[in-house]
Structure formats: C-alpha cells, structure tokens
Design a binder for this molecule. Structure first.
Ligand code: GTQ
Ligand code: FE2
Length: 367
C-alpha cells in the first residue's frame, strides 16, 4: 500500500499563485503555524517509523569504559550515580536507548556509596555478573547477585553501597525518556549515605512476599508496583528449567518449541512489576529459532548466558554474555542460537497496552 500523492498541493500554480503560496507559508512559519499536509508522512506514518534504530552494545566495550569511569570519576552527591547510558544512534545524541526507555551500565567500586534519593521515574537493576552491592530501597537492604532482578518503583528513596573490596557493575532500566517527554519528573535528595548499612541475605520485602502463591493478609490492598524488591535467580532458573523439562515430557509448557520464558509480575495484581516497564526472561534451547515478530513499543535485551544471533529488520547482531541489543517499535525481530541462549528483556508494553495501542504481527501467521 503506497500513499496517494497529496491532492492538497496545487500541481500547476500560476506565477501569481506561486507568490501568494510562498507568502502564505512564510507567514504561517512566522506565526508558529504548520500545515498538516506538509507533514503527514512523518506525523502519521502507516506503521510505526521510529527514529530510533536497532543497535548492539558489547559488554566487552561497556565494562572497561565503566571501569575507567570508576578510576576517574568519584561517585557522590550531585552527580548521584556512576551510570553510563546507552544512547540510541537514531535519537540525536539524547542519552536514551529508545523513545521511552533508559538503559545504563552502573559501576560502584569497593566500599563506595551512591547516596539516597528518590524520583518519579521507575527503575530496576539486573545483574549479569558480580556481587557485593546492596541497594537500599525505602529503608530495606536488598542484596544484588548474579541473575537477580531488583525493583526500585517510583518515589521510593534508594541508595547503593558496596560492602566488598571489589567493584561491581550492573544494568539499570528506567522510564527516564517517557517521563522526560511527558514532563512528569520529580526528584528529591535523601541522606548522603544509605539509611541501613546492614547486609542481610534476603530483604524484608522478600520475607513478606517471596512465597509462591501465598499472600500476607497484612497486604491485601493491591499496589501499582510490585512489593517484591528482588526476583532471585534461583527462582527464575528453576521456572525455566521446569518449563523445558515439561516440554521434554510432552506437556505444553513453553511459548514455542525449545523456548521457555517467564514474566516478572506484581503479585498483588498478576500484572507487570511497574506501570511503565515490563520485564521477562527467555531461555532458548540449542538449535532454536523464534518466529519473526513485530510489536508496538520498544525493547532492550541483555544476554545473560550463552550466545546467539539477534536479527532486527536488516541487521544481524552476534551476541554473547553481557551484550545488549535495542529494538525499535514495530521492527521485525527473530532470535536464533546454536549453543543455547539465556536472555533478559525489558520493554514499554505496559504503557502501550494501557493506552490500547498494542499490536503484534507474527510472520507467516494468519492475522
Ligand atoms: O541508581 O538511582 O541509571 O537514579 C539512572 C538514574 C540509575 C539510580 C540510573 C538513577 C539511577
Ligand atoms: Fe535513582
């Protein structure tokens, strides 16, 4: 389907008309007015046409640069965090991975403290390697270890401290770009260290909420964001392992052949962990290829383990542990692996679904 030629442009103006048209457009510009008929393709494309592009960042590039920042730039009040954003090359130099999502590598040296603050932006951390940092969310110290997915929903005070002699790096995901465009940012500084420097194995939030299928009667009101501070790797890993075992035993348990997947959810609603961000973990068996799929909304993936190929439109990204790939809205995505692949993924689908903009197209399927 191609667009018809615009009928609202005079194809054959007389010299007189040409002068008048030019004067009209000039006056419109001076008066801060722009006619729709000159902008339709950009403003209302037939399918989403993101300025963001598909792109890969390699862990082998990100981590040494974060380490260098660790040597050269102290962390503390004002700058707040030693976080280095992934800047989508299509977004004009903004520190945004996609039009809605922020993704960054954050680095904390041995015994460093990132002071407490709070903001309306929703945040999470995902740990691809290392341990030794506790993030203190709303006064509750949460251990950060490999494979853990940790929440900092909007307006909770939070700070991070490294208890060890070793540095640690992880990735942050936030809705900073969405909050920026919607002009909904509020921010407050808290204390210069963290309110509780103890280092428990599990947080109070997990002690209260981290029991499968069991809800404390002290928490019967639903909350917009999940009350669970940490989704631990042992649970994620076991859930995925069991899906593949059940598939082996002939039971329908996977989303596609050789493709196990879980979504992190808010136990009070069964919905997404936070109002603006969905997070999932996918495990592909060796030799699996996923169907070519387009979705409304943008997504960021990080390889947790294994290797594979992520195909986004006409780009092919060979990925290994730690690598990140970003997918713009409505790009055609397929993932394949010869060795097996564990993937963490986050996207803006809660926004898209809430506002009724969701669409999915799977190549080769009847729509
Ligand atoms: O750790 O609190 O990557 O406030 C961006 C903003 C991390 C954080 C980021 C933040 C944080
Ligand atoms: Fe923060």
């Amino acid at each position: 389907m191609t667009r018809p030629a615009p009928t609202m442009v005079n194809p054959d103006p007389t010299p007189e008309e040409e002068r008048e048209l030019e004067a009209m457009y000039t006056t419109m510009a001076e008066e801060n007015m722009i006619p729709l008929w000159t902008q339709l393709d950009e403003l209302m494309p037939q399918v989403p046409a993101s300025a963001a592009v598909a792109h890969q960042w390699q862990w082998s590039t990100l981590l040494p640069l974060a380490e260098r920042a660790g040597d050269l730039v102290p962390v503390g009040r004002g700058g707040e965090r030693r976080a280095i954003a992934l800047a989508n090359p299509g977004l004009g130099g903004a520190p945004f991975a996609t039009p809605t999502l922020w993704a960054a590598i954050q680095y904390l040296g041995g015994h460093e403290v990132a002071p407490e603050h709070r903001h309306s932006q929703n945040a999470f951390r995902f740990v691809v390697e290392g341990e030794g940092v506790w993030t203190v969310v709303n006064g509750d110290p949460v251990r950060m270890s490999r494979g853990d997915f940790l929440l900092t929903p909007g307006w909770n005070f939070h700070g991070h401290h490294n208890e060890t002699d070793q540095p640690m790096a992880w990735i942050d995901g936030l809705d900073i770009p969405f909050v920026h465009y919607a002009d909904t940012s509020f921010f407050e500084f808290g204390i210069d260290r963290v309110t509780d420097e103890s280092t428990p194995d599990i947080s109070r939030s997990e002690r209260l909420w981290g029991h499968p299928g069991l809800r404390p009667l002290s928490g019967l009101s639903n909350t917009v964001s999940s009350p669970i501070g940490a989704y631990r790797w042992e649970h994620t890993d076991r859930a995925l392992t069991e899906q593949l075992r059940l598939e082996d035993e002939g039971f329908p348990a996977t989303v596609g052949q050789g493709h196990a997947a879980i979504r992190y959810v808010n136990p009070t609603t069964g919905g997404d962990v936070m109002p603006t961000i969905r997070a999932e973990f996918h495990r592909l068996r060796a030799g699996t290829t996923t169907p070519v799929t387009r979705r409304v909304g943008s997504e960021v993936m990080q390889v947790f383990e294994g290797s594979g190929r992520i195909l986004v439109d006409d780009r092919v990204f060979d990925v290994v542990t730690g690598d990140l790939v970003v997918m713009p809205s409505w790009s055609a995505v397929s993932i394949e692996t010869e060795t097996g692949l564990d993937l963490f993924a986050f996207n803006d689908r809660p926004i898209i679904e809430t506002l009724n903009f969701a669409r999915t197209h799977v190549e080769g399927e009847q729509q």
